[in-house]
Write a protein that binds this ligand. Sequence first.
Ligand code: F1P
Length: 599
Amino acid sequence: MAAVAKPGRMNAFSTTHDWESADYEPTLPVTEKSNPLTRDIDRASASSIVKMLQACDAQMFQEKSQTEYQRLLSEEIVKTLMEVAERVRLILKDPQDSLVVLSGCGTSGRLAFFMASGFNRELQRLNYAPICSYVIAGGDRALFSSQEAPEDDPTLGALRLKKVSEGKKRVLFIGVSCGLSAPFVAGQLDFCLRHPDVYTPVLVGFNPAHQARNEPLPGCTLTFRSVVTRMEELAKTQKAFLINPALGPEAISGSSRMKGGSATKILLEVVFSASFSRTPVTFNGILQHMRSYKKALDFTYSHSEEIAVLTEAAGRSLQCGRQVCYLGWGSLGLLGLIDASECKPTFGADYEDIRGFVSGGYKELGNNEGDLTLMGPEFSISHDDFLDRVLPRLTDDDTVLLLYSDSDDVDEVAKLAHRVREKTPNIHAAYHQTDGGTAAQQDDINKLCSSTINFTWSQETPKRLQHMRELSTKLLLNAVSTGAHILKGKVFKNYMVDLQVTNSKLYRRAARLLQELSSHSESQSEEALLKAIYQVDKLSEDIMTCSLDTHTHTAGKAKKVVPLALVCLLTGCSIKEAETRLEHQPIVREAVEACLKSS
Ligand code: F1P
């Protein structure tokens, strides 16, 4: 059913600036607010879901209104991007003693890796020395598996940064935390501020500075906000840089992998492209480059009906307990891995529900720690792994999506498509090509696939074209995985009701959500959360005195923590009874609705 405006509520498509008003969810930072455009996304059809995501993504490029918020295209942001690009240029002149480090947690860390590798490849192509390194909280295993706990460790962040930049005389550190919230990144920024002779910190995130998280970092008195305040002071003399435009709330509240991830990619690509270019860095050059991403976004969503078909297929697979596999080539394949890895913390998914595989596996990745296959089944990421371990079990209820472009080996794509088609007709393709002709094998692939999205791009410079195709693929995959989980009933209104509670940010988000949905007090909501985490009906003194770290660690071993807590809060039942209820009604959204009706 399409989103329908309810009396007294905001119409889904008419009030795109609502979230900016001062009294809209005033206690929450922008990245945690709920988006008025997607209130009814949980009851929408696949095609309405895609339209809502399109409207949300378009908010990224909205011009500045009469409010306090900086936007992506604001003059101040463009100027800061110019300054940071000049800093990268200085590093390029002295690659021996200098370094750029990109770092973050979760999706932000994965994108740090993705871009550091991409920029180094581009530099080598231009005959420059590679100058970029990455640091991801949790190390390389976090590149495509969910590892939220290390995000809470500021000391570890600083140590990793120190290690990767050992011996360098000049380091430009770019820390990404969409919510201005990750202690790991705050620790790194603080380390830079304490060693200004070597380090210049740049912070990328999507809240205004005063909305940065104000909870003490574990083990010290600093907060993310206090670090940002120090940076703001230094920014006046260009000794630190803040790139923090507001993008509007995420389509699924707090899901910063979506707009947050896309904007991170856009901002850093714009900076690095400007610094790699042999022409001067100009305001208009940067602005135009940013606007070209808006065109890529519009172009992607001009295929929204086809994206909806794919989303529906993926949703059907998840609904019947089967899986969705992304089989990708090159950087598009990596984006598949990144998209899949985020489903676990966001929707309480199993790693097998949505999985990514990339041609060439670890060789294609070129990550710091090399081949991780032996770490467990989650770390099998090559097409060969898919053929060995997944293909034999594939049924008509699974969905397979091929992700590739005309610069990949289309023969190889066709061969793999044939193998998959022998097992299931539920194979789809998203193919990027440039104007002018289609390879013969493409017709072959089209015939094998039950749907194909053919993105035909007009000529651009090859590098820009690649970046646009990547953004387009990211938007497509975010829509498919988010939409499929919505159709499976893993979202209530626009809240992720089955999120994992595996770090302090997610713990606070879960407690807030319970309070919001149950209308109980803050302390009652947190108590219910703890009972669900420890699977007890009464909280012992021991549990009450455990650290937050212990709570989130224990929560990592449990399933459906938030739905359990919510059912208990709404019905007053025991944990055991709540478990039984959820077993009988595994669709979380429906279980929650049933409780809300009877409460
Ligand atoms: C980092 C992050 C997210 C992830 C999850 C936990 O957030 O790992 O990428 O979706 O919500 O947090 P941030 O530091 O970029 O705000």
